[in-house]
Design a binder for this molecule. Structure first.
Ligand code: IMP
Length: 181
């Protein structure tokens, strides 16, 4: 059976089948159910990439909780730092809340660092991080990532919410690039 797909100039092969993903999502859900019971956590899902992970994770969270969705919008700042990422879509009052950021992948960690900075100004009681994927060798900043479904090598991946140039988010499995032509 051919388990490869072509997206534009890149070819990808299945590297993590759906069943393996769901087993690890289940494990993370159990850890969160155990650790955050009684805290009415607010899960903040970072769109677009984490939509599938969020859905499968939330179905397995059995403690009382809330879920909401945020986005990072890039805009050209007037500061010399160039691109600034702004967190948009938070309608909830985070004061005193236990927040769980739900991300698709932590690569360099710069996106997560920016999120933590931004959410931290809203006076939550505590912020936890849950990520589907972590590329540990790429991490550039010191982050306390408590909930990691899977650690992967540095290769570029698509599927299960993650995209290559907007495509591939709908795949149920995760695919890794097999050539760079
Ligand atoms: P970071 O700021 O370097 O940690 O980048 C995180 C963001 O980069 C993720 O939210 C993804 O949108 C994107 N990203 C990083 N690695 C991959 C990948 O292998 N495939 C698809 N998107 C990726």
């Amino acid at each position: 059976m051919d388990n490869t797909v072509q997206i534009k100039d890149k070819r990808f092969a299945v590297s993590i089948p759906e069943a393996d993903i769901l087993r690890e999502v289940e494990r993370v859900a159990e850890e969160i159910n155990r650790d955050l019971a009684g805290k009415n956590p607010l899960f903040l899902s970072v769109l677009n990439g984490s939509f599938m992970f969020t859905s499968d994770l939330m179905k397995r969270i059995t403690i009382p909780c809330e879920v909401s969705f945020v986005k990072l919008a890039s805009y050209q700042g007037i500061a010399t730092t160039g691109k600034v990422k702004e967190v948009i879509g938070i309608n909830e009052d985070l004061t005193g809340r236990t927040v769980v950021i739900v991300e698709d992948i932590v690569d360099t960690g710069l996106t997560m660092q920016r999120l933590l900075e931004s959410l931290g100004t809203r006076r939550p009681k505590e912020i936890h991080i849950a990520t589907l994927l972590l590329k540990p060798d790429k991490l550039q900043v010191d982050l306390n990532i408590e909930y990691v479904a899977m650690r992967i090598p540095n290769d570029f991946i698509v599927g299960y919410g993650l995209d290559y140039d907007g495509l591939g988010r709908n795949f149920k499995d995760i695919y890794t690039v097999i050539n760079e032509e």
